[in-house]
Design a binder for this molecule. Sequence first.
Ligand code: DX5
Ligand code: ZN
Length: 225
Amino acid sequence: MKPIISPSLLSANFRHLGREVESIRTADWLHVDVMDGHFVPNLTYGYPIVETLIQCSTPHPLDIHLMVSNPLDHVENFARCLSPQYGGSVTFHLEACADGDADRCLDALDAFPWVKKGMAIKPATDPEAVLPWLGRLDQVMVMTVEPGRGGQSFLPHRLESIRRLRDLMDHQRPGRHLEVDGGIDVNTIVLCAQAGADVFVAGTAIFKKPDRAAAIAQLRGAVHV
Ligand code: DX5
Ligand code: ZN
């Protein structure tokens, strides 16, 4: 599968949001970390910022990663921000779902056929945990750091989970996205690609570099087949 590079805005310079988004125009998606101060300690952006990003985006499909405690309260509103023209994805955490909520979130997202439906799992969650919903998902995200902040070190024990998930996903229906998020750089991206990931979120490895196009090209080059 063609590798997808999804720069995480969390490491951008917020003084110049428009310019920062412009600087990653050679990437494929734009990763937007929504944190609620409850599911994770940090607080980030809400709907107005996401809508603004769509206006200043080049435009990339927005890859919305919801780190919020009650995803059912939010999935629909974030999906509504995404347009049929540019698409995008809404990914919520399995660990944040009360009984029945994961299905309800997916039901809500079904109303937006142009929005990819994603489920994320934290580093302590087994890949098999997504199995009950796998048939309904367009993509699965394996967190390779503890969610909550950028700049952390990649957790190598997740490589086995990535391999397992790729097997489970392809056994059911090949061609779906397996996304990795956290500590991705020119070295770890290779390991994740070999394990079966095809979507690579990178904050520090792109936005903390002066030349964003070069950083994106380096990451892409590392996994180019
Ligand atoms: C962490 C976020 C990540 C983060 C990745 O909770 O989900 O998207 O921004 O940042 P790096 O690439 O610096 O690990
Ligand atoms: Zn993220």
